[in-house]
Design a protein around this ligand. Structure first.
Ligand SMILES: [Zn+2]
Length: 148
């Protein structure tokens, strides 16, 4: 763990290894589980160390779980702009998919808002997944394909 904030308190950010399928590392983020709000550039720089860490895997997929999110968990538009900037400039090759789990109206609106800042690659990677069961079945399908 290279994030200085999480070194002090493990629950500061939410960015956990979730699965590994066919050489793709899956990471899981649930903003409700994080105690630090990312509402400044400094806070973003700290969170970004987790994204930098994901680059150690040649390929990675981000599961972003909106479950239980209320207004207090939503980050600023500035955070989303920073995030899109990072994903486009630094993760274009490594990032495989962004799976937005339990999408809320707010997150759909937010994605739509920063859509013009993304490149075509990132547009293709973003998918909304309604339920945990749907996600589990999809990962199971990938695992079966891997051994078939
Ligand atoms: Zn952290």
């Amino acid at each position: 763990m290279t994030c200085p904030r999480c070194a002090q308190n493990l629950t500061s950010h939410s960015f956990e290894p979730y699965d590994m399928i066919q050489g793709i590392a899956y990471y899981y983020t649930a903003p409700v589980q994080a105690t630090v709000r990312i509402n400044t550039d400094e806070a973003y720089a700290e969170f970004k160390t987790h994204l930098d860490g994901a680059l150690r895997d040649a390929h990675w997929t981000w599961i972003f779980d909106c479950s239980g999110m209320t207004l207090e968990h939503y980050s600023s538009v500035n955070f989303l702009r920073n995030l899109v900037h990072t994903l486009v400039l630094e993760h274009d090759q490594a990032l495989q998919e962004v799976l937005i789990l339990h999408p809320s109206f707010w997150i759909r609106s937010a994605v739509w808002m920063v859509w013009p800042l993304m490149n075509a690659n990132l547009h293709r990677k973003i998918r909304f997944i309604e339920t945990k069961k749907e996600l589990t079945l999809e990962l199971l399908g990938k695992r079966i394909n891997a051994i078939a």
